[in-house]
Write a protein that binds this ligand. Sequence first.
Ligand code: ZN
Length: 211
Amino acid sequence: MSGLVANRSRVQSLVPRFSVSSAADLQARMFSCLRALQPSPWDSLFRRRLGRHLQSDEIRKHTVQQHFRTANRLLPAKLVWSALKVVCNGLPTSRRLQEEILPCRLCGSEGGDCMEHLIHCAPLVTFLTSFFPGISCLLGPVFGVHRSLLNQTLSEVELIATVVGHDLLVHCISALHLGGRGALPHELLIARLRAICRKAPRVAALLRHAP
Ligand SMILES: [Zn+2]
């Protein structure tokens, strides 16, 4: 009983006027008021994850956050989720799973089954730039890393191409990791791109009007 009283006092000290908010019931009022007090988790998450690849003074976490908001407005949430996985080291690679680092599943290069290699992996980059030539100048160890992490100013086309690239990578790696049916990486990439075009009109329109 004393615990309940203490909790009630604590909540009332945090949000003294929660009972007059507009939500339908007590629980919803409490949730909306307390949720609003929580600090955003994104700043620390992006700082920590991007810190694996960049110096702390190079990290532009507000730019990354804004790119995710824009991508969420332009593209289906599934694609944005894939991009979040890449940025936050969520690819099912052997390095992330703390196993012996295997050869790259796409190109076979030694020790390439890690995010650091996969964002530059030649078959993926070649495939992506053939459909989105606008990102050709944003490749390599500097621009390629910053673009892949959404850590720089990007045009709408560059942002869509990058998010689509991450989604292609996530699905291709997952299919190969879980054991495919003998499909080659290029076949998996083209199959996923077709599926994306069916679900994302912005991507289909970009490819239709590509030079
Ligand atoms: Zn590779």
